[in-house]
Design a protein around this ligand. Structure first.
Ligand code: NOJ
Ligand code: CA
Length: 590
């Protein structure tokens, strides 16, 4: 039978409706499924104490100066341990404290076995570990091994004309005049020492890359050694020995600097060479360290500066910082005036202007979180020494909303010293000491303890300070905030405390975004562990806003844990909320 044109159209219409309805029902299934709170979770392998841990990051040179020379020191940190404990944090990450010429503020290590005299002695480091332990806190140190200082004796020997034990410990080509392969062009420095060749840096010129070899050595370049070359193995063993030295002294683990940038590859170029080369051979090194930890330091923690959890959590680290990616900037520092490195434009989600886009963050985050949530933790740092302060033109109210976010997301939160009192980003005109080019210089200034001279940081003359203190009349300080129960300091303490009292906020508990739309506020998500469910609702914008979302679990009562009291209007499984500008609510469902 021949179909008329009309009947063909009818058939087409019927079929289209049929397929569309299948499509739509599938879409609905997908949307609802991704919003389902199940309370299920897998706990990644990690020491017990890490599961709910909050870390506090301390920059030793600017925390507290105990001997009046203008530079913070280990004894100074020991003197402040009771304060640190009072924040409710579980552990400290200490930036490098090793002997160094301080071309990159101590990241350039010249003796891996010795505390820099300006910070004290190895005995002070041991006392710091012991005193922290007495107070029930842990201390992790900075393991900086993708390069050493140019002044390290290994590099000095490697730069010699004569072949010696250290010749291959760094990456040198074999001809000062020859162009290096273009993938590495940015990284080679020529004209150092008597050795005929150029060395590869891993960051500044003063940070020559230790030689972990090349994933696929180019046979045209004999100097590209394979990763299993005996000299490379010897170097790696020495780095393991050094790790054991600090662990045996009492450290509770480490943060690995530039962890993804050990083994070299031609597959990635430019900045990627410094962060993530996706090389299995790099992972293999960290997997060996993880094995050492499993066997000999089962209570210790390893976290990487890798910023690619899909690599870093592959049986390498317990946790990975996820901040060298655009999604992190979308949260806090999208505006070029905020990031101050001149490369960014746009709007942060956490900004009173309310022009940000949470989806930019969330899509990138989920891409990493979903495949790794049973393997390890993602850390979204609440500030650090490389970025502008979160308090860069933000009020305490803005910051509190940011901390409500950071302390309720999955993973291991890290709070940068001084952010608990709302320390501000200081002007780019501040001295750029020790490689602290903007915005780093404005984020590394001395901790503000009181209204005393130098804001209580040091008794030295102001011009002797490592960096000048904030000169604003209303510069925040600990002593004043201690007295005010509603200060940012005390509110931050209360938010930190929730990590320990709410099972649903455990670092591994389930994370379900409930309301996250393009260019829209608020951002709403649930955290859940078994029957414990916490909702987090965040509206950093200055405007009132309404949101409707589905909630698939029954509850009879809501308990406000922090922030503004908020009414959840329930109709079937749909919830509507009206949030006022610059507000947040953390709510337990019972
Ligand atoms: C990351 C560190 O956090 C930063 O301060 C340092 O300059 C680079 N790595 C190089 O180590
Ligand atoms: Ca000092």
């Amino acid at each position: 039978m021949k179909h008329s044109y009309y009947s063909k159209m009818k058939l087409f219409a019927v079929l289209s409706v049929f397929f569309l309805s299948i499509l739509r029902s599938n879409c609905q299934v997908i949307t609802t499924a991704s919003n389902q709170i199940t309370g299920k979770y897998t706990i990644p392998e990690s020491p017990e104490w890490v599961k709910k841990a909050v870390f506090y990051q301390i920059y030793p040179q600017t925390y507290y100066d105990s001997n009046g020379d203008g530079i913070g020191d280990l004894q100074g940190i020991i003197m402040k341990l009771d304060y640190i404990k009072s924040l409710g944090v579980d552990a400290i990450w200490l930036n490098p404290f090793f002997e160094s010429p301080f071309c990159d503020a101590g990241y350039d290590v010249s003796d891996y076995y010795k505390v820099a005299p300006r910070y004290g002695s190895n005995d002070d480091a041991k006392r710091l570990f012991d005193e922290a332990h007495k107070r029930g806190m842990k201390v992790i140190f900075d393991y900086v091994i993708s390069y050493s200082s140019i002044e390290h004796p290994w590099f000095q020997a490697s730069a010699k004309q004569e072949t010696n034990k250290y010749t291959n410990w760094y990456i040198w080509n074999d001809n000062t005049w020859l162009n290096v392969p273009k993938e590495y062009q940015d990284a080679f420095i020529k004209g150092y020492g008597r050795r005929n060749g150029q060395y590869m840096r891993n960051f500044y010129y003063c940070q020559p890359a230790l030689n972990f070899g090349f994933a696929l050595p180019d046979t045209n370049y004999k100097w590209q050694l394979p990763t299993n070359h005996p000299d490379i193995i010897a170097m790696r063993e020495e780095l393991k020995k050094m790790l054991r030295f600090w662990m045996d002294m009492g450290a509770d683990g480490f943060r690995a600097d530039m962890a993804g940038a050990l083994v070299k590859t031609a597959n990635v170029q430019g900045n990627e060479q410094f962060f993530n080369t996706h090389e299995d051979a790099t992972k293999k090194f960290w997997q060996e360290i993880r094995e050492i930890f499993r066997k000999d330091y089962p209570q210790a923690f390893m976290v990487s500066e890798w910023s690619y959890p899909k690599d870093a959590l592959q049986n390498c680290f317990h946790a990975d910082f996820f901040h060298w990616f655009d999604g992190y900037n979308d949260l806090f520092q999208k505006e070029s005036w905020r990031i101050l490195n001149g490369y960014s434009e746009g709007h942060s989600f956490f900004d009173v202007e309310g022009k940000g886009n949470i989806k930019n963050f969330l899509d990138k985050y989920m891409e990493q979180y979903t495949p790794t949530k049973d393997k390890g933790y993602i850390c979204l740092p609440l500030g650090n020494h490389d970025n502008a302060r979160l308090g860069n033109k933000r009020s305490d109210v803005d910051l509190e909303i940011i901390y409500a976010f950071g302390l309720t997301m999955p993973g291991t939160p890290f709070l940068y010293y001084g952010n608990e009192i709302g320390m501000r980003q200081l002007p780019t005109s501040w001295p750029q000491v020790e490689g602290a080019y903007r915005p780093r210089n404005g984020a590394r200034t001395p901790m503000q303890w009181s209204t005393a001279a130098n804001l209580g940081f040091s008794t030295a003359n102001a011009e002797k300070l490592y960096l000048p203190v904030d000169t604003a009349k209303d510069a925040p300080n600990v002593a004043s905030e201690e007295k005010n129960p509603n200060s940012l300091l005390n509110k931050t303490r209360r938010l930190i405390a929730l990590k320990h009292t709410e099972p649903a906020l455990a670092n591994y508990a389930e994370f379900i975004p409930l309301f996250a739309k393009e260019n829209t506020y608020p951002f709403i998500y649930a955290r859940a562990k078994d029957k414990n469910v916490v909702l987090v609702l965040l509206n950093p914008s200055g405007k009132n806003t309404t949101a409707e979302f589905e909630l698939n679990i029954p509850y009879s009562k809501t308990v406000l844990l922090a922030g503004k009291d908020l009414k959840l209007v329930k109709k079937g499984n749909k919830i509507t909320v009206n949030m006022i500008g610059q507000s947040y609510s953390i709510i337990r469902l019972e």
